[in-house]
Design a protein around this ligand. Structure first.
Ligand code: IVH
Length: 737
């Protein structure tokens, strides 16, 4: 090949691959198949290798890895987009109502209205209007930040471009969906064009909304139901019913099945009615959403970490299907938990093809629950069995039943592994636990990889472009073995023959993008870092609670270090108490746990004790979590890995949201009877204002709110000189008198 031929060929390949990329990313009309595409790319790379000087500025090599989703900008929701708690049975619905009444201090006979609305099975969307003009629209994303799909949403006929008589600022929220008829027609068109067809209307709606080219979205028949709102400059109404009416008057589609009900019995009636008409609605729904109608009560009820207290989704029963259990795979998780996964002959359940299902743990396979009682009438699961699979909502499919009459004669009981299939370490089961765990810790590659994935995941460091596949690859190459390595990747593999850009499937552009995302991820709020450590029992909520309490990594680590001896004492005491209980039971006498605890704790220095009590005193942080934290930070290797990571990060000061509140940062204890609100409401309100609510009075307590009948806590507070207020004084302080 001459230089001139090479140059011409590179130009031709750049053109072809560029066109193929565009067609592929627009998804509708891929012009060449994957194998041809790869072949062209290899040819291009080979010519470039021979004639490096001819490499074009627009070389296709550098374009690889630029995922289409990168094309969407991000929008931070001014008010978080939440999900809903679930109810599956009538009892769950009764409990939902009872919980709300308890929170609000209402009796069973007090009137309490709800709305019941179909739960549309689509994707949620938030659309922002300012002075009546559509400003932007975003998908839910992780609830905090979604994708900017404004151009696409402007093509949806159900979404008004202008509103007349709306509040100056209004964020309308609802569901984008596709009707059954439109879905069938779209799939027929796609099939005719030899393009990708969709498994169900939800996927079709998602695929259509997330198109980089809005003209493709325009050709897709998307619809929208409004059912909620985010930021508003003036309230829409006093009730949910009123707000939906208002949205309808503003030109939005509001679901016509929506009803206002007078209590749980009426809700169930609406649910049964909607369930009976489900097939005739013409679009997919997966349940009925119940909401407290009175918006003032909604405000009082507020939110848990990710769901409102004032709403729940009553789900339709799960869809099921029968298939064959082909095999049982074993996965090792980040905390060493060994999880069996069913490998199934693929089967469609509720519109989705299922080929895996969770099998939970060895007891579940054996037909027992965690307390040893039979499940599935005590029938075990064997490879080769015909099994019934079910799927409720988005959850991982599960195995419900076994058809014993179809069991192959040679099917053997499943022997659960007692060593880790990944690293060979013993897999042990602690007393009272249903899960077997690999004891390999950081020597187990599966645990290390799972921890890395967790660390870079969306709720933790959230590094764009570093997904499961990439983590596995970098780990296999031994480029990233612990979290800190991510942040030195560019220094070590930023250029040269052994570099990220030189890897198959990567190029300069995608590598540069990854390095940029890693740089962005260096600055992190403490809560995300704590969650990202992957410590057992330390979830997102606990991460936030700990961050709010300690405020900085140094304060947190100092607290954990100081608490070390107390954590040990706690563990020793629990072991001794369990032994004493067993002995006492055998001898037919009463155990004396209090004495034992006192003896063990007598040796613990007051500083250690205070640090431990401070940690377990944080609302939501119990002894189990505190122990897991101490274990993780006191294991030398783990601590070294954590310290190395922290040296790479810059931890942001905790959010200053509640700074303006007069009780922000204060540790508050409520005691006695509160008369204007329930204890649960008082606690939720105080936390929303940035206070820490504790159950016990200590030297750390800033404020005791005492109602009538306050006893020992008030006495202790008085001895310690803690500031005390009655309920009215508290309401006065927080400006709600
Ligand atoms: S209300 C703060 N109402 O269900 C509560 N959600 O599982 C906001 N959904 O993310 C949600 N129909 O995508 C509400 N009538 C309805 C709904 C509905 C469907 C979806 C929504 C939400 C998910 C929660």
């Amino acid at each position: 090949m001459t230089v001139a031929e090479a140059e011409a060929e590179l130009a031709r390949l750049a053109e072809m691959l560029g066109r193929a990329n565009a067609a592929y990313h627009a998804e509708d009309a891929p012009e060449i198949d994957d194998a041809t595409y790869d072949e062209l790319k290899r040819r291009n790379a080979a010519i470039e290798a021979r004639f490096p000087d001819l490499k074009r500025a627009d070389s296709p090599t550098d374009l690889v890895g630029a995922a289409p989703a990168d094309g969407f900008g991000k929008i931070r929701h001014s008010i978080r987009m939440l999900s809903l708690s679930n109810a599956f049975t009538r009892e769950d619905v009764a409990e939902f109502d009872a919980r709300i009444r308890r929170f609000l201090g209402l009796g069973a006979e007090d009137r309490l209205a709800y709305t019941a609305e179909p739960k549309i099975d689509g994707l949620s969307l938030s659309i922002r209007y300012e002075d009546g003009a559509l400003i932007h629209a975003a998908t839910r994303g992780d609830g905090q930040t979604g994708e900017d799909v404004t151009a696409n949403v402007r093509t949806i006929a159900d979404v008004p471009a202008r509103l007349d008589g709306a509040p100056a600022l209004l964020e309308v929220r609802g569901e984008v969906y596709m009707s059954h008829a439109d879905f069938a027609a779209l799939n027929a068109r796609q099939a005719e064009a030899a393009a990708k067809t969709f498994a169900n209307p939800r996927n079709a709606a998602a695929g259509s909304l997330r198109q980089l080219d809005a003209e493709i979205t325009r050709a897709r028949p998307l619809r929208f139901f409004a059912y909620a709102w985010g930021e508003v400059s003036d309230p829409l109404a006093d009730t949910q019913t009123g707000a939906l009416d208002r949205l309808a008057r503003l030109g939005f589609s509001v679901n016509p099945e929506t009803a206002t009900c007078d209590g749980p019995a009426a809700l169930i009636e609406v649910y049964d009615g909607i369930a009976a008409r489900r097939a005739e609605l013409g679009y997919d729904i997966d349940g009925v959403v119940y909401k407290v109608d009175d918006l003032a009560l909604q405000a009082r009820l507020g939110f848990r970490s990710t769901t409102p207290r004032w709403a729940t989704a009553h789900k339709f029963p799960a869809e099921t299907a029968w298939t064959r259990l082909e095999g049982i795979d074993i996965q090792v998780g980040r905390t060493g938990a060994i999880s069996p996964v069913a490998r199934l002959t693929p089967v469609t359940v509720g519109g989705v093809v299922v080929s895996n299902a969770t099998l939970h743990n060895e007891d579940y396979i054996a037909g027992r629950d965690s307390s040893g009682d039979p499940i599935r009438d005590g029938v075990d699961l064997r490879v080769g069995d015909r099994v019934e699979i079910y799927r409720a909502g988005d959850v991982i499919p599960k195995v419900r039943g076994v058809d014993l009459s179809a069991r192959p004669a040679d099917a053997l009981p499943y022997a659960f592994p007692e060593t880790c299939p990944e690293c060979g370490s013993p897999a042990t089961r602690e007393p009272g636990e249903s899960v077997r765990r690999c004891t390999g810790g950081l020597i187990c590659p599966a645990q290390v990889i799972a921890r890395l994935k967790h660390m870079v995941g969306r709720a933790a460091l959230d590094i764009d472009g570093l997904g499961d596949k990439e983590v596995e690859r970098f780990h296999d190459l031994e480029w990233v073995l612990r979290p800190a390595d991510i942040f030195t990747l560019q220094r070590r593999y930023g250029s040269g023959v052994r570099s990220v850009a030189a890897l198959d499937g990567w190029g300069e552009t995608s590598a540069a993008k990854l390095f940029a995302a890693i740089e962005v991820a260096r600055v992190q709020p403490l809560a995300r870092v704590l969650f990202g450590l992957g410590i057992r029992h330390l979830g997102e909520v606990a991460g936030r609670d700990l961050a709010r309490h300690y405020g900085s990594w140094d304060a947190f680590a100092a607290g954990v270090d100081a608490a070390g001896p107390a954590a040990e004492a706690h563990r020793r005491a629990e072991v001794a108490v369990a032994a004493e209980r067993a002995e006492a039971a055998a001898e037919g006498r009463r155990a004396k746990p209090t004495d034992i605890r006192a003896t063990v704790w007598a040796d613990v220095e007051p500083e250690a004790r205070a640090a431990w009590e401070e940690m377990v005193g944080i609302d939501g942080i119990g002894a189990t979590l505190a122990l897991a934290i101490c274990d993780a930070l006191h294991a030398p290797e783990e601590r070294a890995a954590i310290d190395a990571l922290l040296a790479e990060l810059e931890i942001e000061a905790p959010e200053a949201v509640a700074e303006a509140s007069p009780v922000a940062g204060l540790t508050v204890v409520f005691t006695g009877t509160l008369e204007k609100m329930t204890r649960a409401e008082a606690k939720a309100r105080a936390e929303a204002l940035g206070a820490k609510v504790s159950g016990s009075v200590s030297a750390k307590t800033d404020l005791l709110v005492a109602g009538p009948g306050a006893g020992s806590k008030a006495e202790k507070a008085a001895t310690l000189g803690v500031r005390m207020l009655d309920e009215d004084g508290w309401l006065d302080l927080i400006g709600e008198a």
